[in-house]
Ligand binder design. Structure first.
Ligand code: BGC
Length: 305
């Protein structure tokens, strides 16, 4: 039988992190990690790579030795700048990079992009399914066009690109001098594959869909030595969520959701993408890896529940 305990005289919340000011917490130091040629000789496609997380991943893969196709849909100048940055990163083992325009939600354009991949690089070893967008609205105001746009880029786009990659991985098989696996697919998902997100039902539904898309493909293709995993970023400093970090007031609000008390940087995601694509992660498939400074620890429960 349970009994009621008297409330403590000091409220528990007064001892908790949420009442501390930044000067009472350790200074933020960012990791300094050197690029290693873990992906030498591999061919990668990164979708939505002209900005944000995709850009960071493309540059990191190239610095790790991979040849990288930088997919973009709108901003060609930015894509060319990423090509430039990726191929002038100063690492002796860096790969080659090319830019390619394609809308990942268009079947014909995706087929064309894989054709170019074959022409430029001969094959594909790593797909980073990153292209994604937000079109936010309260549910009662969300248009069908907003719903369809987000689902077709964020979810259908990942399916179309994964399907082409699997076809090529199976056709070519394992080349043991290149990698232990016949191919690797990394889906860029979100903490919102598990955290519901009011005002963003199209986005949250697309990422919930990516969760099962990733796992079901992983289950289906594992015997062919194809690994499929997701990276689930929390709040990363990119244009997509600028309103959440661009002012000190917004940043302070954001920190209430992040136990580790700093915003994520694209390098936090890019380092994981390189490792996950490498043979160091060879026994990992069908997994969502959260890179979120603890956002999925539900810090709102620190003093509640
Ligand atoms: C969204 C960002 C958001 C983050 C955490 C990401 O998937 O794209 O806008 O800041 O999740 O909520």
């Amino acid at each position: 039988m349970t009994s009621m305990t008297a409330p403590p005289s000091t409220p528990m919340s007064s001892k908790l992190i949420r009442n501390l000011t930044p000067d009472q917490l350790p200074t933020v130091h960012m990791p300094a990690c050197e690029a290693r040629p873990a992906l030498k000789g591999q061919k990668a496609l990164v979708t939505g790579a002209s900005s944000g997380i995709g850009r960071g991943i493309a540059i990191a893969l190239c610095a790790a030795g991979a040849d990288v196709m930088i997919n973009f849909v709108g901003d060609e100048a930015s894509a060319r700048a990423v090509v430039d940055e990726a191929t002038h990163c100063g690492c002796t083992n860096r790969g080659r990079a090319v830019a390619h325009r394609a809308d990942v939600s268009d079947e014909t354009q995706v087929a064309g992009m894989y054709g170019r991949m074959r022409d430029e690089f001969g094959t594909i070893d790593i797909l980073v399914n990153n292209a994604g967008l937000q079109q936010d609205a309260p549910v009662e105001e969300m248009t069908l066009a907003q719903w369809n746009k987000v689902i077709s880029v964020n979810l259908t786009g990942q399916f179309l690109c994964a399907r082409e990659a699997v076809r090529e991985f199976k056709r070519r098989g394992v080349q043991k001098d290149v990698s232990c696996a016949a191919g690797k697919i990394i889906c860029v998902s979100s903490v919102h594959e598990v955290i519901p997100w009011a005002g963003h039902v199209n986005y949250a539904a697309s990422k919930g869909g990516v969760f099962q898309l990733m796992k079901s493909i992983a289950q289906e293709v594992a015997p062919w030595r194809i690994r499929v995993n997701s990276i689930c970023p929390g709040a990363i400093r990119t244009p997509i969520n600028m309103p959440a970090w661009a002012t000190p007031a917004a940043y302070a609000e954001l920190m209430k959701l992040i136990p580790y008390k700093r915003i994520g940087e694209v390098e936090d995601i890019a380092r994981l993408a390189v490792w996950l694509a490498s043979d160091e992660a060879d026994y990992i498939t069908g997994t969502s890896l959260f890179v979120d400074g603890g956002m999925t620890l539900y810090p709102g429960f620190e003093a509640g529940g």
